[in-house]
Design a protein around this ligand. Structure first.
Ligand code: GCV
Length: 686
């Protein structure tokens, strides 16, 4: 199998730092024998720790164990008392790192917490200079759900599983029409995810095709093997299911949620799954969305559909994720009364409070579809009596296909900081997206989900620097305290062992990447303008006369979508009054969202003082110049980062520059030709 990337040993990513961590040189005791404690012991060995014992020795440097294990092993009672006191403040997934005398204890209330504490220790740089006697870290995740969705297909007719919107090679899970669990890669993946606190993974596409609809029936043994690997790293396995499976797979005459035979079919199937995988996570469902089957066919609603599956999962405490990405994907472009942006809120806000308590509504961060710039989905503010997760996209569908660099955590942080109650709400209020997706005591099923960006590519992510997006997702899902800029520094430090000036240059290139990408693509929040279906590269009118509801309405005089209550689609009115007022007014609306909410003439003056058209020209020229600068900065890092990484990124940056120039020239030319208004600065437009 050598050379076959599906089986190859993979890039350690940010865990590269573990292989040089000072804990490797210390005496370490790992106490207790729970499955995740065994994982910690195994991981210590894997990073080359030489002096590990599975029993308590006097004077060891580091002691790992759940609080019960420490007590049972006879750890000094005063240390146990100090640790117990700290464990009161953490959840089952939290951990305590606390030094007592010369010994550093890593403890938790349960195995998962211990594993997370282990990975937290690996991030701690202080240890290189000797033990910091004051070292004290007490942490619990702020979100109980920290999940990745794979859009991976089994492809029964081909050797490799494909990945919908995947830019890092084929699936790491599927090959030759089956699930392959015995690759080292799967263990490596689980380790990477656990190290950033991910605790749930759905392994197959939400667009469930015929073969994958049979996963639970035909491939349960293989799923059991995947679950076993995940279990060692505290990750629950989820599967995307087809709402019509009772028909397609079960041979029933209907999939109607009200039909007792359908209820019995799901209940029996689910019981079978839990017999094989007692800690199975549950199901993910995309229903009545983009052609997928759902309850509408039977005159039922989303709550009927979701509760049907939730009740099958209920006896096992399983969770049902029901996606809210529901809109009319057969729209006539001539129809100006339908607005795709409204759809999720229109469908789901009235259903708030009607879902069972093991249903989680999965809401895309924006009202459209993972565009470079959209407002935050108003649905996130409308679900007060329903569990919810916000859905992000790590795979770079609309953000450069992992050819162009795009540091996504910077944009996710903006979403998380958005206060759903309005722009004047006091900072730190209770209704930011960060707050409504958090449950610090772990009591509510809420959190963050993202579409994974990995495949069998040797770097996992195609673009080596796109690893930062995966890392950043895990870190933001875990904590509301850490900023995306800090996360970037952390990632750079862990991934590349470089001195400060180079680390700063890396930071600069990566940090500015979303701003730069936004500059050379669709302007001022209007979205799309991408090559249809592919979603990379410019095509200004590519979606203008399509059925997808994604229009910009540009003509000779102006551009943008009127989503006001007064004269437009009324979408602005789905927000709390503060935001509704702000978005309703072209004077108050933030520049970067102006064309999302308003149709304005090209001469409309932005807050920046520029006209809309001049802004389009300027931002596109600036975006290309900044990519040129990124290429230069990256060139200066030759010799500082591993040669293969340098070469790979350099070649992707060259492609990014070609892409940025294409965008600039097509967008500027399009608007110059439509408006007849020249660039004030007389730059070359075609
Ligand atoms: C999995 C967008 C993507 C689709 C994706 C869909 C979804 O429309 O282009 O590939 O389907 O979102 O989130 O369900």
């Amino acid at each position: 199998m050598s050379g076959d990337p599906f089986f190859a040993t993979s890039d350690p990513c940010w865990l590269a730092s573990a292989l040089r961590h000072p804990v490797r040189e210390r005496t370490v005791d790992v106490l207790g024998d729970g499955p995740l404690t065994r994982t910690v012991a195994g991981e210590l060995e894997a990073i080359g720790a030489q002096r590990v014992s599975r029993s308590l020795r006097p004077g060891s440097d580091v002691v790992f164990g759940t609080i019960d294990a420490l007590r049972e092993a006879g750890v000094d009672p005063s240390a146990v008392a100090a640790l117990t006191e700290r464990c009161v403040d953490i959840t089952g997934e939290g951990f305590v790192l606390h030094a007592v005398g010369e010994t550093l204890y890593v403890t938790a209330n349960g195995g998962r917490g211990l594993l997370y504490g282990f990975f937290r220790l690996l991030r701690e740089p202080l240890l290189g200079d000797g033990w910091d006697a004051g070292l004290e870290i007490v942490e619990s995740p702020v979100r109980p759900i920290r999940m990745l969705d794979h859009w991976d297909n089994m492809n029964a007719d081909g050797p490799m599983g494909s990945v919908e919107r995947g830019y890092a090679g084929p699936s790491i899970f599927f090959r030759d029409g089956r699930i392959v669990a015995d690759t080292g890669r799967l263990v490596d993946y689980a380790r990477l995810l656990a190290s950033i606190g991910i605790n749930a993974v759905a392994i197959n596409n939400v667009n469930v095709h015929a073969t994958e609809a049979r996963l639970l029936v035909d491939h349960l043994a293989d799923l059991t093997d995947v679950a076993a690997v995940f279990r060692r790293y505290g990750i629950a396995l989820f599967v995307s299911v087809d709402f019509a499976a009772p028909l397609q797979v079960g041979g029933l005459a209907t999939a109607d949620p009200a039909a007792p035979a359908v209820q019995a079919w799901w209940a029996e199937l689910t019981a079978l799954v839990y017999r094989a995988i007692p800690d199975f996570g549950g199901y993910v469902v995309k229903a009545d969305s983009e052609g997928r089957p759902g309850p509408f066919a039977y005159g039922r609603g989303h709550a009927d559909g979701a509760n049907l599956l939730a009740r099958a999962l209920r006896p096992f405490d399983g969770t049902l994720f029901w996606r809210c990405f529901v809109y009319d994907s057969q729209q006539d472009w001539r129809d100006r009364s339908t607005d795709r942006a409204r759809a999720a809120h229109d469908h789901f806000a009235p259903l708030d409070g009607t879902f069972d308590d093991n249903v989680v509504l999965q809401v895309k961060a924006g009202p459209m579809d993972f565009q470079v710039r959209e407002p935050v989905s108003p649905l996130l503010g409308a679900l007060e009596a329903t569990n919810l997760v916000v859905e992000m996209q790590i795979t770079q569908e609309y953000t450069g296909h992992q050819i162009d660099l795009f540091y996504l955590p910077r944009t996710w942080e903006e979403v998380l900081r958005f206060d759903l109650d309005g722009p004047e709400a006091p900072p730190g209020g209770e209704r930011t997206v960060a707050a409504v997706t958090a449950s610090p005591d772990g009591a509510r099923r809420v959190g963050m989900v993202a579409v994974s960006n990995v495949g069998v590519d040797p770097s996992w992510t195609g673009h080596p620097l796109a690893q930062a997006n995966l890392y950043g997702f895990g870190r933001l899902a875990w904590s509301n305290e850490v900023s995306s800029s800090e996360i970037l520094d952390e990632w750079i430090r862990l991934t590349f062992d470089v001195p400060d000036p180079e680390a700063r240059a890396l930071h600069e290139v990566i940090w500015q990447s979303p701003v730069v990408y936004e500059e050379y693509t669709a302007p001022l929040g209007v979205g799309w303008m991408v090559t249809p279906h592919v979603h990379y590269g410019p095509s200004v009118d590519g979606y203008e006369y399509s059925r997808w509801g994604t229009y910009h309405f540009a003509d000779h005089a102006g551009i943008g979508v009127d989503r006001t209550v007064a004269t437009g689609t009324g979408f602005a009115g789905q927000y709390a009054p503060g935001w509704a007022d702000c978005y309703e007014s072209p004077e108050r609306c933030p520049d970067e969202l102006l064309l999302f909410f308003h149709h304005v003439p090209y001469g409309h003056v932005l807050h920046s003082g520029s006209t809309v058209l001049q802004h389009i020209y300027d931002s596109h020229f600036r975006g290309v110049e900044r990519v040129e600068a990124m290429v230069r900065t990256w060139g200066s890092l030759r010799g500082s980062v591993p040669a293969a990484v340098h070469a790979e990124v350099a070649s992707r940056l060259d492609r990014q520059l070609v892409n940025a120039r294409d965008w600039r020239d097509q967008v500027c030319t399009y608007f110059y030709r439509s408006s007849g208004i020249p660039d004030e600065r007389g730059r070359r437009i075609y």
